[in-house]
Design a binder for this molecule. Structure first.
Ligand code: FES
Length: 141
């Protein structure tokens, strides 16, 4: 589910999923100072207390409005940064953001800092690393 827009007051962040909104106007009717489609942006997070905003969000019948505590989001961001990041490069290799340990078929280990490119086309002469041979091979992009 794609998040369309988000708004924060530094305590919480409110997410509005436009595709889910059924325009019940529960939010508008219960807390118009914050949820007002006649103003831009239509959600003004400074216009009421966090508690009142949370109550209005919880009354959204479609789930188009959600919230998360900012501290919770910061923790998630820090957890995500500590995870290994692997990006599928369209028409090319897997890009792995290190540091990582590469263990080859003989069991020898090499620590790689920075980003490494791992072959996903099968054509490299320097496996597991990409050597650019994918440019001559048709494979799933
Ligand atoms: S992905 Fe580059 S050589 Fe295989």
């Amino acid at each position: 589910m794609a998040i369309s827009k988000s708004y924060t007051n530094n305590e919480i962040e409110v997410f509005w999923h436009t595709a889910l909104c059924i325009h019940s106007e529960n939010c508008v009717n219960s807390l118009n100072a914050v949820f007002n489609p006649k103003q831009k942006p239509w959600i003004n997070m400074q216009a009421a207390s966090t508690e009142k905003i949370i109550n209005a969000v919880n009354n959204c019948p479609s789930g188009a409005l959600k919230y998360k505590w900012s501290i919770e989001m910061e923790e998630e961001k820090q957890n995500e940064q500590s995870l290994t990041n692997i990006k599928v490069n369209a028409g090319g290799p897997y890009l792995v953001k290190g540091p990582v340990v590469v263990v080859d078929k003989d069991g020898s280990k090499t620590i790689k800092e920075g980003t490494i490119a791992l072959c996903r086309c099968g054509g490299s002469q320097n496996k597991p690393y990409c050597d650019g041979s994918h440019k001559n091979i048709e494979f799933d992009k």
